[in-house]
Design a protein around this ligand. Structure first.
Ligand code: NAG
Ligand code: NAG
Ligand code: NAG
Ligand code: NAG
Ligand code: NAG
Ligand code: NAG
Length: 396
């Protein structure tokens, strides 16, 4: 029995720690603000200028855009369109996720100019709203969790937890996030962020999501920013690094200072073994009057989300937390940009990179479900629903 629990906890922590890690050495053609910020009629400037007959310098059949080094790069709209039509994703499947083959395709995608597509965005958002409804159900609240009810766990789904008065009082009355947000950054922890100079751009976002209590101070902040509005917490870190907060409380509180008034988001109701540590975080923050607030994923939201992605071919045991957050961000934000999502061991140019931007832990051998998630993210990028930052950010 103990072995089973230990295995479940281990699996949970391994999967949770895969906060998604990903990107490459090429800069996008322009800053995302210019790409994503819609004009008053809701059409991105880029698209308008493309359609506008008064823009003769941008011939739609052979447009050039300066890259980060100011080099004019010629695009082949037809090829890009083909890529966006996504038949590359089936060819990736055939190759069984060989990293080099995958990188080749991603390298090609990087050379296509990204355009926000408001209609695609609206369509996808309503699909997500119909299945999962992050606006009401992302977070466990008093609204979606009646006092005295028995709530099912996300993964240990034969187990329930009785919502006592004490638990109920830990929950926010309703959804705590002040959505909709205009511009959101979802920051993965990929080694690709090193030397990216993306910090300033990330910090300009209205809402910044991060995963797994990553470092944001010191040298790294120019690459990853230091603003955090929501950060996920893997309960196994609480167990390992802070001895379940039975001691080292001061240490923990000091370390999370860097997240300002952020929400710490915990999967309290995913595995039974997560519950006590998650509650302990909540109580500790409260007891010491910390600025941060602990909130909990709503287990049914995560179940519905897994089901949603399963129908699209992501048949993971559990989604990575980065993918969960990304999905929620699409519902909660008007513009979503992803940084540090790069599940490869090297850049598109072939330079080896570390697994995380803050440590040199080698990527796990094999490719697991990550490429399936990454495939979906590339498709969302291609459809103009969110933007994936491929490599260094431009200084504006
Ligand atoms: C497009 O650009 C390429 C490379 O700069 C050039 O060789 C080609 O002649 C151009 N084609 C058209 C139709 O302008
Ligand atoms: C995509 O489909 C077109 C036509 O169906 C085909 O010519 C092309 O080779 C395909 N591309 C990939 C990458 O599979
Ligand atoms: C992307 O564009 C650059 C610059 O034009 C070119 O050198 C590179 O080969 C392209 N990459 C791919 C994969 O097409
Ligand atoms: C919750 O579960 C307990 C024990 O498992 C049971 O006694 C109780 O009736 C259940 N409550 C509800 C509302 O289903
Ligand atoms: C980052 O840039 C510095 C200075 O240019 C260089 O010394 C360092 O090796 C680079 N680090 C990575 C991970 O590329
Ligand atoms: C982020 O860095 C800026 C400038 O370096 C600093 O003023 C600000 O206080 C930092 N924010 C946080 C949350 O640490």
């Amino acid at each position: 029995m103990r072995a089973v629990i230990a295995l479940a906890a281990l699996l949970g922590s391994v999967l949770l720690s895969l906060c998604l890690v990903w990107l490459s050495a090429e800069g996008s053609a322009r800053g995302w603000e210019k790409d994503a910020r819609a004009t008053t009629d809701g059409t991105p400037r880029v698209m308008r200028s493309l359609r506008s007959p008064s823009a003769p310098s941008q011939s739609p059949t052979n447009r050039t855009t300066p890259n980060q080094f100011g080099i004019q790069k010629s695009e082949q709209p037809l090829k890009c369109k083909e890529m966006w039509n996504n038949n590359w994703s089936s060819s990736i499947k055939k190759k069984r996720y060989s990293e080099d083959y995958y990188l080749q395709i991603v390298g090609k995608l990087q050379n296509c100019t990204w355009k926000r597509r408001p209609q695609e965005y609206a369509r996808f958002r309503s699909e997500l709203a119909a299945c999962c409804d992050a606006t009401h159900n992302f977070i466990t609240s008093q609204n979606n969790t009646p006092l005295g009810s028995n709530m099912s766990y996300e993964v240990d789904n034969k187990k329930t937890i009785h919502i006592t008065e004490e638990i109920f009082r830990m929950l926010p009355e309703s959804q705590p996030l002040d959505y909709p947000f205009k511009h959101c950054a979802v920051v993965g922890n990929g080694g690709i962020l090193r030397n990216s100079s993306c910090g300033a751009e990330i910090d300009k976002s209205d809402f910044v999501f991060r995963c797994n209590l990553p470092p944001t101070t010191g040298d790294v902040s120019q690459d990853v920013g230091n603003k955090t509005n929501l950060v996920t917490v893997n309960p196994s870190i609480i167990a390992q690094k802070y001895n379940k907060l039975n001691e080292k409380t001061a240490n923990f509180l000091e370390n999370i200072e860097t997240y300002g008034e952020a929400f710490l988001l915990l999967p309290a109701f995913s595995f039974r073994s997560n519950t006590a540590a998650s509650f302990k975080v909540h109580r500790t923050l409260k007891e010491f009057g910390a600025k941060q607030k602990a909130i909990f994923f709503y287990p049914r939201y995560l179940k519905n989300l897994a089901q949603f992605w399963r129908t699209k071919g992501v048949k993971a045991y559990r989604l990575s937390s980065g993918f969960m957050i990304t999905s929620a961000a699409v519902e909660l934000c008007e513009n979503v940009k992803l940084y540090g999502f790069w599940p490869f061991s090297k850049t598109a140019a072939g330079t080896p990179i570390s697994h995380h931007y803050y440590d040199n832990q080698l990527p796990k051998p094999g490719f697991h479900a990550m490429p399936k998630e990454y495939n979906q993210i590339l498709q969302l990028h291609g459809r103009g629903i969110l933007k994936l930052q491929f490599g260094q950010c431009l200084a504006n």
